[in-house]
Design a protein around this ligand. Structure first.
Ligand code: CAA
Length: 262
């Protein structure tokens, strides 16, 4: 639909930001389309989501500078909230998300990748928060998520200097988990997504929630969050199937347990 494509293949969905004429820059329409696509992800059938950009040059080249150029203070704040709300929806999507960063990931592009659980990229990827060179702050979560992912010192340096970094440096600082030649990026993302999708879906979703929610609170409260989500897995069909397969006689064991998501 519109500027955002959505494709489901088995248990893996792929969301593609598709506005190649503007290097997939995020204007209000793209954000609205993405919001609608996220609302439509059916977690009863989809077990992992890949996010990528159309073309071989750009993942997302940031928020739309043309649209932002004439905003008032109040409109700027509202535009920031619009982006933040959509990115938070992506971040809290119950199923895991993998950003397959296939080129420019600047400003809002770096920020949307950081709203995914896992980032992998092509060797031509370029990451950065160039906002201070445009007279603004990173406004779709960059001042918050970059420090949480790569640490405060490196985040502040990247944001204050507005220096863009190539794939190898993004890998070195832990912004991405792996770098691939362009043509291998999507197959690698799909392989990882399928590996995730084979595991017990309720357990995987509970892991995501435990990690994400636990990181926002102190360790004692975080461990209580873990206990509740651990307990929540018991009595499920999938827990019985997973443990049953482990305990079954050798000749009855299966390599891949057909988890039913219940
Ligand atoms: N907003 C609007 N349009 C953009 C855009 C953006 N962020 N990035 C690229 N485009 C458009 C260009 O205007 C150009 O359009 P026309 O063909 O109509 O002129 C088209 O995409 C192709 O771009 P270039 O000709 O510039 O391509 P290039 O290969 O020479 O350069 C680039 C690529 C280095 C990514 C360059 O386009 C660029 O620097 N883009 C802006 C990157 C940026 O600063 N992003 C941060 C935006 S601010 C932000 O995101 C705020 C926030 O946190 C919410």
């Amino acid at each position: 639909m519109g500027f955002v494509d959505y494709e489901v293949d088995g248990a893996v969905a792929t969301i593609t930001i598709n506005r190649p004429k503007a290097l997939n820059a995020l204007n209000s329409q793209v954000l609205d389309d993405l919001n609608a696509v996220l609302d439509g992800v059916d977690i009863n059938t989809v077990r992992c989501v890949i996010l990528t950009g159309a073309g071989e040059k750009s993942f997302v080249a940031g928020a739309d500078i043309g649209e932002m150029s004439t905003l008032t203070k109040a409109e700027g704040e509202a535009f920031g909230k619009k982006g933040n709300d959509v990115f938070r929806k992506l971040e809290t999507l119950p199923v895991p998300t993998i950003a397959a960063v296939n080129g420019f990931a600047l400003g809002g592009g770096c920020e949307i990748s950081m709203s995914c659980d896992i980032r992998i990229c092509s060797d031509n990827a370029l990451f950065g928060q160039p906002e201070v060179g445009l007279g603004i702050t990173p406004g779709f979560g960059g001042t918050q998520r970059l420090a949480r992912i790569v640490g405060v010192g490196i985040a502040k340096q990247l944001i204050y200097t507005a220096r863009n970094i190539k794939a190898d440096e993004a890998y070195r600082i832990g912004l991405v988990n792996a770098v691939y030649p362009q043509e291998e990026l999507l197959p690698a993302a799909k392989k990882m997504a399928e590996t995730i999708a084979k595991n017990a879906p309720i357990a995987v979703r509970n892991c995501k929630k435990a990690i994400n929610d636990g990181l926002q609170v102190n360790i004692d409260d975080a461990l209580v969050i873990e206990e509740k989500l651990f307990g929540d897995c018991f009595e499920t069909e999938d827990q019985k199937a997973g443990m049953g397969n482990f305990l079954a006689p050798k000749e009855q064991k299966v390599k891949v347990v057909p988890f039913k998501n219940c």
